[in-house]
Each structure stands twice: as structure tokens, then as C-alpha cells.
Design a protein around this ligand. Structure first.
Ligand SMILES: [Zn+2]
Length: 168
């Protein structure tokens, strides 16, 4: 049987990485899964690509969709031998959101979680700053915003409601 010449594992890994890091988060389309830190690893063994993702929280309904989108992105890049693995440990924390990801959140009017805030009880412990005017005079309106991953807050200074990406 004739085997087609394959790209080296390193080249294949680069190709796969570039393809999957463009995948947008279904709940926060301004962010890619790379920005969020959901994309953990891309490895290649014997020409077979494995992509490891960690859900932002267990039971996040968006995760099935991310798996589908990752598989689709690999397919578009011409990579057929691949699998997507979900790693639940270590658990995702908001500390994994990249600087770029925090900047994009802020620009889209969602208060980014503070670095290092993960794991601590959030509400009441430290201020959430308004992404529009920067005021720390804000209050929690609802634990749940447009998606379960976000809480709804309101700024007392500019009186605008805004969403806060919750820490886990
Ligand atoms: Zn404000």
C-alpha cells in the first residue's frame, strides 16, 4: 500500500494550532478559545493530532459546541486524523484568560475578571470596576447575565448596566 508523504509532526502541530486557536467561544464570540485559556494543548503523535480543551466550568453547555467547532477547524485545515479531548483537571480558572482576552472583554463592555481573583469569593470582597467609566461604585443586579458565565452588574456612576465575567 502506498502511503502519502506526510508533513512532519512539528509542521502538522503548527498548522493544527493555528487552525484551532481561531475558534471563537460560543458564549463570548469576541474571544477565541485561546484567549480564554480553554485551549490547553495541541499535540501530534504519529501524524495524529490531539487537541486538549478544558471547559470554563463543568456542565457548560457551550463545550459540546466548542468540540464541534474545533473538529470543524481542523477539518478545514485539511487535518483528518484528529481527536478532541476534554481535560477536567486542573480545573479552568479565569487566571487562564490571556492579556489579549482581558483587553477584548473590556472593549466589548464586559468587565474582565481580575488576575489572581479566581478561587476567592468574589462578591463583596473586592470591587468590580465599570468597563465604561472605570468607577468602582458598582453593584450586583443578578448572578446570571445573558449566559450563566456572566453576572449582571450596574454602575452607580454612569448608571449603565454591564456584564462581569465571573470568577471560578
Ligand atoms: Zn460606569
Amino acid at each position: 500500500m502506498v502511503r502519502c508523504k506526510r508533513a512532519s509532526d512539528a509542521a502538522l502541530r503548527d498548522l493544527a494550532r493555528r487552525a484551532v486557536e481561531q475558534v471563537a467561544d460560543p458564549e463570548l464570540p469576541v474571544l477565541t478559545i485561546a484567549d480564554l485559556g480553554v485551549l490547553r494543548d495541541v499535540t501530534v503523535r504519529d501524524g495524529r493530532v490531539e487537541v486538549v480543551i478544558t471547559p470554563t466550568y463543568s456542565g457548560c453547555p457551550a463545550m459540546d459546541l466548542i468540540e464541534v467547532e474545533v473538529a470543524r477547524a481542523l477539518d478545514r485545515a485539511g487535518i483528518s486524523e484528529s481527536r478532541v479531548r476534554t481535560a477536567l483537571s486542573p480545573a479552568w480558572t479565569t487566571d487562564w484568560i490571556s492579556e489579549e482576552g482581558r483587553r477584548k472583554l473590556q472593549e466589548s463592555g464586559i468587565a474582565p475578571p481580575r488576575p489572581g481573583a479566581a478561587g476567592r469569593a468574589l462578591f463583596g470582597r473586592h470591587a468590580v470596576c465599570c468597563p465604561r467609566c472605570g468607577s468602582a461604585s458598582t453593584r450586583l443586579l443578578s448572578e446570571f447575565g445573558s449566559t450563566a458565565c456572566k453576572a449582571l452588574w450596574r454602575c452607580d456612576a454612569c448608571r449603565e448596566p454591564f456584564e462581569y465575567f465571573k470568577c471560578y
